[in-house]
Design a protein around this ligand. Sequence first.
Ligand code: FES
Length: 243
Amino acid sequence: MRVERTPGDTSRGASNIQNRGILMANEDQDQGERPDGGGSSHGGKAAHGDVDKGKRQFLAAATSAVGVAGVATLAVPFVKSLEPDASVAAAATTIADLTKVAPGMQMTVSWQDKPVIIVHRTPEMLKSLKEVTPDLADPNCEVPQQPPYAKNIYRARKPEWLVMVRVCTHLCCIPLYKPKPGTVEPNWDGGFHCPCHGSLYDLSGRVFKDVPAPRNMAIPEYEFIDDGSKVKITAMYPKAKLC
Ligand code: FES
């Protein structure tokens, strides 16, 4: 289904997930002000100060998620940089318990100081991934933002499970999870909305055309363990870029 956009996104809200810790919800609510405190636009580049605010927000969200029940985080460094030392990053692994995520729900965990969203997609959500294809900038995932095993419309090892670094590829804000049809735009099929500058992604993190974000969100290296009841996030795919 084609998504129609109005010029100049007028939606307000913020990816204000500081202090929420692990998120397990059907949908993020728009609330508060945007990190830059101003009106939104689809095309504008943020000033340097906006970037800093976005990164501070990103770090606050990532660090607040550590240590919550249901997620075992091993050797996660508490650092204040988007690019942790390579040797430390290589050793950091996060294991998430999938039994706590019902169909349609999501969980966001901290992995190497990055928020990683895990979405349990329903058959209806999977169906929408085919319907939005004409509106996507890179529907077949030609840009290597994911490991080879995730180079498919689901961007996943298993279609029902999305495991993705929840960072907008424009300027590193944290997009809102908006799975309900019609919530962002009249013909919205569900996906992610970054209120910082109006970027839109589908339920696989594939970016729409004509938005500020230049590429799909990054999929990390991961594997299912314990008979598929848990997922282990192990590394950033080397060719993928956060923002
Ligand atoms: S950071 Fe600019 S649209 Fe997401």
